[in-house]
Design a binder for this molecule. Structure first.
Ligand SMILES: CC(C)(COP(=O)(O)O)[C@@H](O)C(=O)NCCC(=O)O
Ligand SMILES: [Mn+2]
Length: 968
């Protein structure tokens, strides 16, 4: 018999999605709910396989929905038209803007959100008092050679359309209403610098961004100062005195001078406490990030190397003492260097040193000992015995020495001396940690190596020098922290997300032109950026191992002549402050938790992923451009995106630690962030829609088939279903190639057919026992399960939803956890309620649970009978995870997820990104099930000693040390 299942009819549901918090999504039915069979799905008389066959066979009325369709140009055009029409027809475009445009994680600060006006109104206004736009606040550190500027931007008070039937607080007990009387404000901290000599450029920048109109008075940054009268900017450094009149004259603002030392200390304390991996060691060319235990931070020695050097013993917040210093610092290097080499800038001098050989000037131990080591006291022949000492015995003039050699000799002399004095001071006060900061260092590998060598040499390996990524901004940050009541001092590591936007007028701190007004300017900047690409991105080569080994300062070896000495320019991004992020409370040990499974600090690994991502790029650009209608504007943006992302990748290949500690999850997220930077809201939108529709069309039959099985067979079929449907992954090259070979349903069926156990990691039996019980052991249902869902289409519809249904039927409350922002073809929290509503049309279990969970609103408003009916159902709910990436870092999740997790006793992580690339080794306080199909050959080999398309079903009961029964 050949018949055809109906394709999904136009949705009878009126879509209304508001805000990022999916608990606020309510779907209102406009048609009467169809009565369905209680306790199960509508009876049908065909077997699933038969139905799937039918679905896969094209008929005139119902052509198959093939994944290839998306690759077909003519159909692509049609899809694009559909999108444009849909967008212009409704409020979705607006929604897209408010939710997806910005690059940070959760885009809305919902704290103290309140509905304005009538609850029953169609689109009541939600007031977000803590959400504001481009209100900026600024602090400066005006030094002798550089002006460091830290400014904060947030979004303007704005009302957003939305509807919230029940507040988060009611549902999960979430309270974003802060304990303090003044809330931490969500926004971004930017780090920028200018040459002091070009102070007018700095003033222009402040003025064009209106940073001086941030509504500050002398003490409180959040006071409402509508005009500039009495406006005050906090500043530190000598220039705060020197240029006060100029600021008044040009900007009409007064400078409130803050103590330099105090600022350095509070800046350093803030960074060390609030930013993960802010500190790092640098030895023999290798950067290693250090995680400082904030409970064991004090006391430490802070060495700030500016023109001169200050050594400060820091005992706590606001508790410090300048214990030493030296007048031989950055100014000495620059001053002497300028006289001796005729260099025009500090950076030029530093750059020269890269090509220098100090042996022509410095007197080495070997020069004294006839080429021999002085081994008795541990000095190798190459150790510098006397800086510039060789010059005395040679009959040469200054012109006879190469400027490169002079610069290197000077750099070593000064760095070595500072390292030594710092160590002696640490010893004097018994301090374990020494942090070096200040713009002398400017991320220069060789300078850091030299200082590190000195500390290590004199301490005989007991002490290590540490450096700070935001080294140059300590003072400016400290001045910023001195505004009262911004609440930033309460920020914790998990509230901050660092981003590296491209296409801004500056890259990580260095201004390359006037601030950009709009996206268009950003794109043209990107085009220019690429023309000048090598010049801007070329990093300082790291010294290869061995250049400054213990026992001697060898010659720095450089990778080439196009060196840029101010590498630090690219080393800090924009700090996104997201006060709503929290640590996932079910992590067994958040302190030791590391999200990434594969370490891409390994160069081979990084190279592999670099190649993979580069190869994906053209295809992704095509999809992104198509998703925005294929217009000229979209093409230009697509081009800029490709350039920006490639530039990031190239930068990371050159210096993997350039942006801090890097894992594969960060690389994958970077791609999504770059897309968002160029306003690609959802590149896979049409693909996701098509796959959802195709899958929803066969869902009733799948459910019916499942219902006909005994519970043991059904549980197995459900897990098989999740694994099989995880094949729909548009981020995997191999899978995308597969999609050309058949329709969604054909591929799904093929994948299911290959699901034979045992899987390569197969803990199914233990999981089954926990769910179904065994022998006399009665099953004891979980109370609440968090299901971290992955892809749209078959993955969520035919995989995770039926599994959720099974748990619901067993009395387990289910929370579907999905992305806040799109990433590849991942389903977002915003999209799930529609999917559930459609599925619920054919399934009572899902319908009642969705109603109980507030996903279908009419039942909650008026139908008392339904309420009664629902009282027997555990709820099905949806929360966003706080991410816009295919992976998840559980140290930074949305507050809704953190709240929803509190009484959960089962976590199910699904997909390669969430369960393998990240969290494969994560341990939880509750039972955890990790399900994924491995869709990458290299990962399969590395992780499970298997092959592409092998599957992982890893079950870890909460209080058991049970190991996965892996076949590898
Ligand atoms: C980006 C992904 C992690 C998404 O996988 P998912 O979480 O959807 O299972 C995955 O597609 C991936 O690792 N791709 C690697 C590139 C490739 O194999 O082509
Ligand atoms: Mn995915």
């Amino acid at each position: 018999m050949r018949s055809c299942l109906p394709l999904l009819p136009g949705s009878a549901l009126r879509k209304r999605c508001f805000g990022v918090n999916k608990r606020s999504i309510v779907l209102k039915r406009t048609t009467k709910r169809k009565k369905v069979h209680s306790g199960g799905c509508k009876e049908r008389d065909r077997g699933l396989v038969e139905k799937l066959e039918v679905m896969a066979s094209p008929t005139e009325d119902h052509p198959p929905i093939g994944i290839d369709d998306i690759n077909d140009e003519s159909k692509k055009k049609k899809l694009n038209t559909d999108i444009v029409e849909r967008e212009s027809g409704g409020g979705e475009r607006e929604m897209g803007h408010s939710i997806h445009r910005s690059g940070s994680r959760p885009q809305l600060d919902l704290s103290k959100a309140a509905i304005q006006g009538n609850f029953e109104e169609k689109d009541p206004t939600i007031l977000l008092p803590n959400q504001s736009d481009d209100i900026s606040h600024l602090a400066l550190d005006i030094g002798g050679s550089l002006i460091k500027l830290v400014y904060f931007s947030r979004q303007e008070d704005r009302s957003t359309n939305g509807r919230r039937k029940k507040s988060l607080k009611e549902k999960f007990g979430v309270s974003n209403v802060n304990r303090r009387s003044y809330p931490i404000l969500g926004g971004r901290l930017h780090f920028v610098k200018f040459e002091t000599a070009k102070i007018n450029e700095c003033l222009d920048f402040i003025s064009s961004k209106q940073l001086h109109r941030g509504g500050m008075d002398a003490r409180h940054w959040n006071s409402d100062a509508p005009n500039n009268e009495n406006a005050v900017i906090k500043a530190t450094g000598g220039g705060a005195f020197k240029f006060a009149d100029l600021f008044k004259e040009r900007l009409g603002v007064s400078i409130d001078k803050e103590d330099e030392m105090g600022c350095l200390v509070s800046g350093a304390n803030f960074l060390l406490k609030a930013i993960r991996h802010e500190a790092f060691t640098h030895m023999e060319g290798q950067k290693e990030f250090v995680q400082i235990d904030t409970n064991d931070l004090f006391p430490y020695l802070l060495v700030n190397i500016g023109s001169g050097v200050s050594m400060i013993k820091v005992d706590g917040d606001g508790k410090f003492q300048r214990v030493s210093g030296t007048n031989v610092g950055g100014g000495t290097y620059w001053g002497l260097g300028k006289l001796l080499t005729k260099c025009k800038s500090f950076d030029e001098l530093l750059e020269l040193s890269q090509r220098g050989d100090n042996r022509t000037i410095d007197m080495l131990v070997g020069d004294i000992y006839g080429g021999m080591d002085y081994s008795k006291i541990g000095l190798s022949a190459s150790t510098i015995a006397s800086s510039f000492g060789k010059a005395i015995s040679e009959n040469k003039n200054l012109e006879d020495y190469r400027p490169e050699d002079i610069s290197l000799s000077l750099l070593r002399m000064i760095s070595y001396n500072i390292g030594q004095i710092a160590y002696l001071n640490a010893l004097r006060f018994g301090l374990k940690r020494i942090f070096f900061g200040g713009f002398f260092i400017r991320g220069h590998a060789y300078t850091m190596d030299t200082i590190s060598f000195a500390v290590q040499f004199w301490s005989k390996g007991d002490a290590q020098a540490m450096f700070l990524r935001h080294e140059g901004f300590l003072g400016a940050l400290g001045a910023f922290m001195s505004y009262e009541k911004h609440g930033l001092d309460d920020l914790m590591v998990h509230h901050l997300v660092e981003r590296f936007p491209m296409g801004a007028p500056y890259t990580g701190g260095k201004i390359h032109g006037p601030p950009l007004g709009d996206l268009n300017e950003k794109i043209s900047w990107m085009e220019k950026f690429v023309q000048k690409g090598t010049e801007i991105t070329a990093p300082v080569p790291m010294a290869p191992p061995g250049t400054t080994g213990l026992g001697g300062f060898e010659v720095p070896s450089s990778k080439g002549d196009t060196l840029r000495s101010d590498a630090s320019n690219l080393n800090v991004g924009v700090l996104h402050l997201v006060p709503t992020l929290e640590v996932f409370p079910l992590l067994a040990d958040p302190k030791t938790y590391e999200p990434n499974t594969i370490d891409i600090a390994d160069h081979g690994e990084l190279e592999y992923w670099f190649t993979v991502l580069s190869k994906h790029l053209p295809d992704l650009v095509d999809k992104a451009v198509a998703s925005e209608g294929g217009t000229e504007d979209a093409k230009r943006r697509g081009d800029a995106f490709a350039r920006a992302f490639s530039a990031h990748l190239a930068r990371l290949m050159e210096e993997p630690a350039a942006y801090g500690k890097l894992g594969l999850a960060n690389l994958l997220e970077l791609r999504e962030e770059c897309l968002r930077e160029f306003q690609f809201v959802d590149a896979y939108r049409s693909i996701k829609q098509r796959e959802n529709e195709a899958s929803l069309a066969v869902l009733p039959d799948l459910l019916m088939e499942l219902d006909s099985m005994n519970e043991e067979a059904r549980l197995l079929a459900l897990i098989e279903g999740v694994l099989a449907a995880n094949i729909f992954d548009w981020g995997s090259r191999a899978c995308v190639d597969l999609y050309h070979k058949g329709t969604i349903i054909e591929i799904y069926r093929m994948s299911r057919n290959k699901m034979q156990r045992p899987w390569l990691v197969d803990d199914f039996d233990v999981f089954k026992e926990r769910i179904l019980g065994s022998g006399d052991k009665q099953p004891h249902p979980h109370k609440k399960a968090l299901l971290f869902v992955d892809n749209s289409g078959a993955d969520v519809v035919l995989g995770m939803l039926p599994l959720a249904r099974e748990l619901l039927r067993r009395g387990t409350e289910v929370v579907l956890v999905a992305n806040s922002l799109p990433a590849l073809n991942d389903v977002t929290a915003m999209e799930i309620p529609d999917i559930v509503a459609e599925a619920a049309k054919h399934c009572d279990i899902l319908r009642r649970a969705a109603e109980a969970g507030g996903l279908l609103v009419d039942a909650m408003i008026n139908a008392t009978d339904v309420n009664k009916e629902n009282s027997s159902s555990v709820p099905l709910m949806v929360v966003e995870n706080g991410c816009g990436s295919p992976c998840i870092d559980l140290r930074q999740v949305s507050s809704e997820l953190a709240s929803a997790a509190k009484n959960a006793d089962l976590v199910i992580l699904e997909g390669m990104g969430r369960a393998l690339h990240t969290n494969y080794d994560a341990r939880f306080k509750c039972d955890a099930l990790k399900l994924a199909m491995v869709k990458n050959q290299r990962l399969a080999e590395k992780l499970i000693n298997g092959n592409i398309y092998d599957c992982v079903c890893r079950y870890e009961p909460s209080n058991s040390k049970l190991q996965s029964s892996s076949l590898c």
